[in-house]
Design a protein around this ligand. Structure first.
Ligand SMILES: C[S@@+](CC[C@H](N)C(=O)[O-])C[C@H]1O[C@@H](n2cnc3c(N)ncnc32)[C@H](O)[C@@H]1O
Length: 408
């Protein structure tokens, strides 16, 4: 049931004239926005342009949606905060538009991914490093002892194929593990400057090289060691036994994507915190654009379990707000509202009156009106966006709400 306040401000956007995000200005009325983009309006290639597809991440918002609200509510030189920055979509878009940004995420992998996407690179050096580690991994894993004699630097090298980590031993075939561990050892010892980006390449390769089916890469339940019927390819498929082919493919793809972003990026600064947003003192900001975790939906650390095991990242999963493991009971929902309110109260201390909070949520349990009450903001609009996703077995259809709140 909608409250009278919600009925007053709700805006259902119309699909007939899809908004072109780059044409939005501060004067564009909310009512004129049409954010129900269909595949033909906003093809996957556009939604995953340049660094937005450096690594898979479940639950990100689309860059064009962020762009619309950055253009409407921020000016170049101002500062935007995303206290739940995830894979960094808002930070990357803000930078493209000359807007400074601060991001925070409790997941070390997400913070790493954000840094790798937004840091400035010396491209010639980056290219040298990515190709060098690739070649050294190839030599160490695809040549025999006699051939190794051809590379004087590699003669003292001994194959690395063993680890004590049970997860890694369970989820990877021996050859794949050998290739991943070799690459990892080279990141540690190779003297490379751009280690974050190399770790992203390694993690993306590990994700593809797990012993899993092609149609269940998000949350596979048990290792797949036998051939299986594949829903994605409509044929019998085999679990992969190697990782190097992925490392090679993603190395080249990463170089291309980073280069593409370099042509569009600005000198606006980006600061990233790896922390619980309930505990950080943020710098002053002009406004917020964010999509918070939702109650009982996704375990964000678990989503990238392979990266935590391979890279030895700091695990703060007990600090996640609304994790799936805690379910979505009434009690979990009340706790969730308190936690999200704590974050927003905290960040609003760093923002002047009149500043906007743009919050994207698929609020099925109707929890956000109460959050707005708890933090005492004025609701300026609630834009309802129809999302019709048709990606294989994850196809779904739902309304996403964009809450536009104003600090009083
Ligand atoms: C819906 S996702 C954000 C996705 C992001 N908009 C993007 O496009 O990639 C929510 C994020 O909140 C993070 N998160 C959960 N609890 C947190 C906390 N206490 N402090 C900071 N971040 C948290 C999760 O790790 C997750 O990355």
């Amino acid at each position: 049931m909608l409250t009278n306040e919600e009925k007053r401000v709700i805006v259902y956007t119309d699909a007939s004239q899809p908004t072109v995000s780059s044409e939005v200005t501060p004067e564009t009325p909310l009512e004129d926005l049409s954010l129900n983009w269909r595949e033909r309006d906003l093809p996957e290639k556009e939604r995953t342009k340049h660094v937005h597809r450096l690594h898979p991440y479940l639950g990100k918002f689309i860059p064009q949606l962020v762009e619309v609200f950055l253009r409407k509510y921020f000016l170049p030189g101002q500062t935007m905060l995303d206290p739940f920055c995830g894979s960094g979509t808002a930070l990357v878009q803000a930078n493209e538009q000359g807007i400074n940004s601060t991001g925070c995420d409790v997941s070390a992998f997400n913070a790493l991914l954000c840094r790798a996407k937004t840091v400035h690179y010396d491209h010639a050096k980056l290219r040298r490093e990515v190709l060098d580690i690739l070649e050294r991994t190839r030599i160490r894993t695809h040549t025999n002892v006699h051939q190794l004699l051809l590379w004087p630097d590699e003669q003292s090298f001994r194959p690395i194929s063993e680890t004590d980590d049970r997860y890694l031993n369970t989820w990877f075939a021996p050859q794949a593990l050998n290739e991943l561990l070799t690459y990892r050892a080279l990141i540690e010892t190779g003297g490379y400057e751009y280690q974050d980006l190399l770790k992203v390449i390694l993690s993306r390769s590990a994700r593809s090289a797990r012993l899993t089916t092609h149609f269940d890469l998000d949350f596979p339940k048990r290792p797949q060691t036998e051939p299986y019927w594949c829903y994605k390819h409509s044929r019998e498929c085999y679990p992969t036994t190697e990782a190097f082919k992925f490392i090679e493919r993603y190395s080249l793809d990463t170089l291309r994507r980073v280069q593409e972003f370099a042509a569009r990026r600005t000198n606006a600064w980006v600061t990233i915190y790896h922390a619980d947003s309930r505990e950080v003192i943020f710098p002053p900001i002009d406004g917020i654009i964010t999509s918070p975790p939702y109650v009982g939906l996704i375990d964000y650390h678990e989503q990238h379990a392979y990266a935590y095991h391979l890279l030895g990242l700091d695990d703060k999963r007990e600090k996640e707000i609304g994790p799936a493991v805690n379910g979505s009971s009434q009690k979990a929902q009340r706790q969730y509202q308190q936690d999200i309110a704590t974050v927003f109260n905290r960040v609003m201390e760093r923002m002047a009156g009149g500043g906007r909070l743009v919050v994207v949520a698929n609020d099925r349990a109707h929890l956000y009106p109460e959050i707005a009450n708890l933090i005492g903001v004025e609701t300026e609009g609630i834009v309802q966006r129809h999302v019709n996703r048709r990606t294989g077995r994850r196809s779904s259809e739902f309304y996403e709400s964009i809450f536009i709140w104003r600090k009083r």
